[in-house]
Design a protein. Structure first.
Length: 460
């Protein structure tokens, strides 16, 4: 079975519809787009119609989408649909104890896949895709077009669609000239898995390793602005999360400004307990308006930064919504997170010419937003995993708005250096005092500092 299942016959029908509309004297997007994309009427695609209107107004080019973008997009979608490229689904836990799964796509292949997504040409039901076998994420853009009839979703999805339209516009201009983009890159997706026994194995083999340097960055500095670092995607187990609908936090925003990342949704089931996914050499096409995030997310215009080699790693933290979040201190759950991080920081699973991208890791409050993770605990686990990972030299931490982390980390770092302890020792402290953390709301760092120094606990 190939995950690249596109309704090519429907694409040829759409190609005819587009060509006829381009010569119509009474053309209206409100009549054209619902029919082209298979919706009942204009009310069903309010987010898309809003985005198209804003986009064409900004470019001072009426019918830019109809006459320039769509003809090129449907051609690219047909080509990828007729290519018969075999892309087997990558199933949950399929890379544990096995070599990494590596898929390489040219920019034009990405453009064809994402064009088919826009035209809703994949034979995959967005609303029920995770109930099918294999349980692959949605890949068509139909849910984003709709806005779900909820005001905040409609506004966010319109803003995200402006970012996607930047991608289609720039790619169309490049490929209309029958030229490969000047960056000469390929987009690479690598799924890596480690068995649960790795934590004990590393304790035995790497237990004497010291902590690598951890550099705490200023508030509001962004992970996504970093160049030359492996950037951590605070991921959903389903790659991209709600990137093709209403999602508007870190992962989904990244997948909106770099739409090629959504190609990974084509073939990857949910990540298993010991799996992470590397996304290498995606290109950013849009900016986010400064100061906007989540429900206030706003489009910030096209991105004019030159492309440079880059790598993102998608690592999904445990989700404690709807349960007692203090359970995250239980040793079994501590090790679940540590295994995840070891898979994500396993840069030796990257092709040799890309491993240098993981020497420095940019991360932050992983799993500490809606997933209700404890930021102090998650920082320690990330520091331990990075210190045990071959080839990783520095961990760069971006606390976003957590000024308490900046102040208290100085004391934690001093205590670790003074006691000259290893990551293995700190993990042992966390595991042996797990019950205390579960039953009490004490600061993790306060307790660790007290145990290391014999002095009073830090007060938050």
């Amino acid at each position: 079975m190939s995950a690249l299942s596109i309704n090519v016959r429907r694409l040829y029908e759409q190609k005819t519809i587009i060509a006829e509309a381009a010569t119509s004297r009474s053309f209206k997007y409100t009549q054209f787009l619902p029919g082209l994309l298979g919706f009942k009427d204009a009310n069903a695609i309010v987010s898309l119609l809003t985005a198209v209107e804003i986009f064409e107004y900004a470019h001072k080019s009426p019918l830019l989408v109809l006459r320039t973008l769509l003809p090129s997009m449907v051609t690219a979608a047909v080509r990828i649909g007729e290519s018969k490229r075999p892309i087997p689904p990558c199933l949950t836990d399929s890379t544990v104890d096995k070599p990494p799964r590596i898929d390489v796509f040219s920019p034009y292949e990405c453009y064809g896949i994402m064009s088919a997504s826009f035209l809703c040409s994949f034979d995959r039901d967005s609303a029920n895709s995770l109930s099918a076998k294999p349980a692959l994420p949605s890949i068509n853009l139909d849910e984003m077009f709709m806005g779900n009839f909820v005001p905040q979703h409609y506004e966010v999805e319109s803003q995200k669609l402006l970012m996607f339209l930047d991608y289609y516009h720039q790619s169309t201009l490049e490929f209309q000239q029958e030229q490969r983009p000047a960056d000469g890159r390929s987009f690479v997706v690598i799924r890596n898995g480690l068995p649960s026994s790795v934590v004990d194995q590393y304790l035995g083999q790497r237990g004497t390793r010291p902590f690598i340097p951890l550099l705490m960055h200023p508030l509001r500095e962004s992970i996504d602005d970093q160049v030359g670092m492996l950037r951590v995607d605070f991921a959903n187990a389903i790659i991209g999360g709600a990137s093709l609908s209403f999602g508007c936090v870190q992962e989904e925003i990244t997948f909106a400004v770099c739409p090629e990342l959504n190609v990974a949704r084509l073939m990857h089931e949910s990540m298993g307990a010991g799996e992470a996914i590397f996304l290498v050499n995606s290109r950013q096409f849009s900016n986010v308006k400064p100061g906007t995030y989540a429900s206030t997310l706003a489009y910030g215009g096209p991105c004019d930064k030159a492309f440079c080699s880059n790598a993102i790693v998608a690592i999904d933290a445990a989700d404690y919504r709807g349960m007692n979040s203090r359970q995250q201190f239980h040793p079994v759950l501590l090790r679940r997170e540590l295994l995840k991080l070891l898979a994500g920081f396993n840069i030796r699973s990257l092709p040799r010419d890309l491993q240098h991208l993981g020497a420095k890791i940019a991360t932050g409050n992983w799993g500490c937003g809606c997933f209700r993770g404890d930021a102090e605990l998650k920082l320690l686990l990330q520091w331990i995993a990075a210190s045990w990972s071959d080839g990783v030299l520095e961990l760069h931490y971006f606390p976003f708005n957590r000024d308490d982390l900046i102040a208290n980390f100085v004391k934690l770092g001093d205590a670790i250096r003074t006691a000259n302890v290893t990551p293995a020792t700190v993990l042992h402290l966390l595991e042996t005092h797990a019950q205390h953390f579960v039953q009490n709301k004490a600061s993790v760092w306060s307790v660790v500092c007290s145990l290391l120094t014999g002095g009073p606990s830090m007060v938050r």
